[in-house]
Write a protein that binds this ligand. Sequence first.
Ligand code: FAD
Length: 572
Amino acid sequence: MDVKIDMISKIVPREISPSSDVPSSYLVTCDLQYLEYVELDVLLAPNACDIFSDRIRHNAEGFAKVGGDSIRLSRDTLPPIQTVRDGVAGAYQGRSWFLPQDRYSHVKRGNFATVEHNHLKFFRDLLGENRVLANSSDCQAYNVDWIRSVRGYSQCVLKPKTAQEVSEILAFCDKHRLAVCPQGGNTGLVGGSVAVFDEIIVNTALMNKILSIDEISGVLVCEAGCVLETLEDQLAEKDLMMPLDLGAKGSCHIGGNISTNAGGLRLLRYGNLHGSVLGLEAVKANGEIMDLLSTLKKDNTGFHLKHLFIGSEGTLGIVTKVAIQCPPKPKALNVSFLGLQSFENVLETFKLARKELGEILSSFELIDALSLDVVTGYHGLKSPITDYPFYVLVETQGSNVAHDEDKMNKFLEMAMKTGVVEDGTVTNEDSKMKAIWALRERITDGLLYDGYVFKYDLSLPIKQFYGIVTEFRERIGKDAVRICGYGHVGDGNIHLNISVKEFTQDILKRIEPFVYEHTSQLRGSVSAEHGIGFRKPKYMHYSKTESAINLMKDIKRIMDPNGILNPYKVLP
Ligand SMILES: Cc1cc2nc3c(=O)[nH]c(=O)nc-3n(C[C@H](O)[C@H](O)[C@H](O)COP(=O)(O)OP(=O)(O)OC[C@H]3O[C@@H](n4cnc5c(N)ncnc54)[C@H](O)[C@@H]3O)c2cc1C
């Protein structure tokens, strides 16, 4: 099959020719058109190096990943198109893609149409020239996910501005059997937001209007493409805030948040989106606009259909508008950062925080030592305390500065007195609070510098919350660069991360399915908040019964009979 030159992301000299100083063989990391990254042994043509120089710089910024499959390129065919042997390959209308053989070979392109000139003409007539991207380089950024772990090959990105335009796009795609991938800010961590093959990407970035903010009821109505942080800023002017917050707030869209039922950093206090979303508007696969945009708190008239769109990851419809209940902006904020000697002490501290801080406790986040190393090491952030195996970030949000400070101080006093917390710092200064939050929020992107990261987002009974990290340290040990755990203790949601220099099947086999079996035995969830996306459909059964999965499939059939919406995702 063919691998194009622009997929190459890293080149390292491997062999030096005995007759000269010029390397005769290089190890090349190649982002193939479809998923994952593959290691290639390349014998370079003498003039090929210049062509690759951009990619070498790119890699110097630390983005490259290496896959486990080893494929040899022949010297004669470089550049610009190389021939690769081995692997599962397919060719479609002159294009080709590659499925890393033993990871995704079960995924076959569905029987969908391919985007042709007459389809593009329809989209251009509807949206205008500028809102239809239809060449490879324009589409490239929309085809790769945030952690650069999956890659699609969409040749068409559409940017509607209204629900009516989304409706006309979907009605057309449904009629012509064109598969569609809805996309918000593309910060999802399970590969749901990028095409798998050549699905049309419908990106909501231009649906970004705030429609109303009711200062009395605190209800915000806005379009799906509003960026979470922009909403937060606009609400702050009215002394309101969003009921959710996450590290990706600068990029993620509220429509994406709803479609993934994003949890985030303050779920402990404000609950999940099934509670705070009052209503929404969504477009079904056949183009029908579902007006469920109620702003009522109470409405028990029939089935609660909005919930079907919350967390269904774009498989049942495209969310176009949202009505969301926003809490008042807290007048008092306190953040403390604590050092602890054991996970048992973390649990004791959580118990104490619930008791002593009560209604003002808004976050209780765990960072273990190796997670902290990521942000102090790669990002150069300063931690106010160091040399503990566990750190906890405790935040309070309330309406009375003196009362909240008093509560926080008493809580800390008790925690120190009983010895569960050994050291800690507390602040209500904006810049210092932000600096402490950065220690938690930057872990996700910092980990990418380690190499390849196996990421697991698990709900576990709180007592067994951290055991999985220790378990993997025993199982994998020094074969990993890092095995760390951080996350939302208050919600029983741990992010287990196992980073390795390079992806290998051997490590994968030592992690999976054990990680899912272990979670299932503890009656946990294999996806606490990130969703199922493309990466996890085959693991859903570890957390859902067969009858539950069958009912999901029935609902999908009713709402999207031709299966055009986000195929290959969520449902096994
Ligand atoms: C640094 C970082 C920190 C993160 N922290 C958290 C966290 O604390 N908690 C958490 O839950 N997640 C977290 N995430 C994951 C991610 O940010 C969330 O899943 C977020 O809700 C995705 O929003 P998005 O707009 O980027 O959606 P995308 O990534 O674009 O899409 C996600 C899924 O929703 C679908 N979709 C998007 N928009 C729509 C729409 N309008 N209608 C229908 N379907 C749609 C897509 O098809 C895809 O399946 C984090 C990610 C990063 C990079």
